[in-house]
Write a protein that binds this ligand. Structure first.
Ligand code: SAH
Ligand code: SF4
Ligand code: F3S
Length: 448
């Protein structure tokens, strides 16, 4: 039996798809990249904006007709669109066998078995007190050096534009003991870098009585032998505690990079978004972080054209980009999400204006990103090798602790070519900056 999985959306969805692969591997399903040879097709969806949501419908348009040649093919849709639409999705798309919600991932194997027996469409989208699937541990693939670990799920912030709290449910933190056990298992399997995941990863534990804080959890992960780099995402600015900021100095394995979504630079817009901080208090956190980790690499999310955003408001977003000097930004045109508060807001910004603001925002950031990368030239960075670079020819690729991509040729030492494998760590001198990556040369000891 073969399983084909298509994934949209955030890293949590990517992680969830890994768990689904794992659940079905124990039932004898092999993953395939060819949808036409699959016995089971799973589409793991995202509804954060209209665009990823629409991808589902074109995917179903491709996959449902495959049932004509393969009547035993089962098609399942999970993730955030599945959660939002429930059985309505099956009414709209005849031939879709299973709709499973964001708390029902671990039930998918049973649902598939039931559909194979009954040949009737099924859906399972209830929210649970403890989201099912959080404790499913996916084994890393052979040779993997990085792994993602979901430590919390859901969100209670209800930013006015955002569908996530509606489709992922209430904030839920896993038990720290289970997280530590999972990271230990990963380290024993050769994983060197862990990415701790959650919709608001830094509010981990705040609402779970008796649970440790996120900063303390980081300390426990830090003690695990074999783990050399720790990252986490996504952090909410309002929950960037002093304890967490100082963890960047006390925990050397904690990488100096942070994704800190700002969304907008105007206080009036931030207020209507319901973000719980101002531009000044956001900048204060950035300054605190830079005081303890001067070289920390920051990235962010920006929404342009939120209802009521004036040109002057937008200029404040641009000004924040200049002030912070992010490595990279992920910027989006505001997309109305049915059921959210902002869907009823007036003063919508015309699409042409949104497009123009997005282009200006990205144009400015391209210059800032280039300046940030150019400033790395001449420095020596520690690079964790992720694998051969796309160019091949004994070229390798890896990331610095700041998560910057560095490509470099295999070095030749005084005696012979140095053997390289994913997971190796090299000191690399940065010699050139490109738009999104750096080029370097391994610093080889004279004696090696
Ligand atoms: N939990 C994270 C982000 C979750 S969604 C946080 O609090 O920041 C990822 C990003 O999608 C958001 O940061 C936001 O920039 C963007 N996004 C969310 N809803 C959106 C919408 N309705 N329109 C456009 N972008 C949106
Ligand atoms: Fe969405 Fe806001 Fe929650 Fe982030 S904090 S997931 S943007 S509601
Ligand atoms: Fe998308 Fe759901 Fe993630 S809406 S961004 S897949 S939490």
């Amino acid at each position: 039996m073969k399983i084909f999985i298509e994934t949209y959306g955030c890293q949590m969805n990517v992680c969830d798809s890994g768990k689904i692969t794992h659940l079905f591997a124990s039932q004898g399903y092999q993953p395939t990249r060819d949808s036409r040879s699959a016995d089971l097709i799973v589409i793991n969806t995202c509804s954060v904006r209209e665009k990823p949501e629409l991808k589902l419908f074109s995917a179903l348009g491709r996959y449902i007709p495959l049932k004509r040649q393969r009547p035993e093919l089962v098609i399942a849709v999970g993730g955030c669109v599945a959660q939002q639409w429930g059985e309505k999705l099956q009414q709209r798309c005849p031939g879709l066998d299973i709709v499973f919600g964001t708390h029902q991932l671990d039930h998918l194997p049973e649902l598939v078995t039931a559909v194979r027996q009954s040949h009737k469409a099924l859906n399972s989208t209830d929210f649970l007190d403890c989201p099912g699937g959080l404790e499913v541990m996916a084994r890393p693939g052979a040779g993997a050096i990085s792994a993602m670990v979901t430590i919390m799920q859901g969100c209670d912030n209800f930013c006015s534009y955002c569908i996530v709290p509606h489709v992922r449910g209430r904030e839920y933190s896993r038990a720290s003991a289970a997280i530590i056990e999972e990271v230990r298992m990963l380290a024993a399997a050769g994983i060197k870098e862990v990415m701790l995941l959650g919709q608001n990863v830094n509010s981990y534990g705040l609402k779970a009585s008796g649970e440790i804080s996120f900063a303390k959890l980081l300390k426990l992960v830090h003690e695990i032998e074999g783990i050399e780099r720790i990252r986490f995402t996504t952090s909410h600015p309002k929950d960037m505690s002093d304890e967490l900021i100082s963890a960047f100095t006390t925990l050397p394995k904690l990488c100096p990079s942070l994704h800190l979504p700002m969304q907008a630079g105007s206080d009036a817009v931030l207020k209507r978004m319901g973000r719980g901080y101002t531009a000044a208090s956001y900048l204060e956190k950035v300054e605190k972080l830079r005081r303890v980790v001067p070289d920390i690499a920051l990235t962010t999310d920006i929404i342009v054209g939120f209802p009521g955003e004036s040109e002057a408001d937008f200029q404040q977003t641009l000004s924040m980009l200049e002030k912070v000097g992010y490595d990279q930004i992920y910027s989006f045109k505001y997309s109305t999400r049915p059921g959210t508060r902002a869907a009823d807001y007036e003063d919508v910004v015309a699409d042409a204006e949104k497009r123009d603001r997005l282009a200006r925002c990205q144009g400015l950031q391209d210059k800032i990103s280039q300046a940030v990368l150019l400033a790395q030239v001449g420095k020596v960075a520690e690079v964790l090798v992720s694998g051969p670079s796309k160019r091949g020819e004994d070229e390798w690729s890896g990331r610095t602790p700041e998560s910057r991509i560095v490509n470099f040729p295999a070095p030749v030492s005084a005696r012979a070519a140095v053997k390289i494998a994913a997971g190796d760590i090299f000191q690399v001198k940065i010699v050139k900056a490109f738009k999104h990556s750096l080029r370097g040369e391994v610093v080889v000891d004279a004696g090696s």
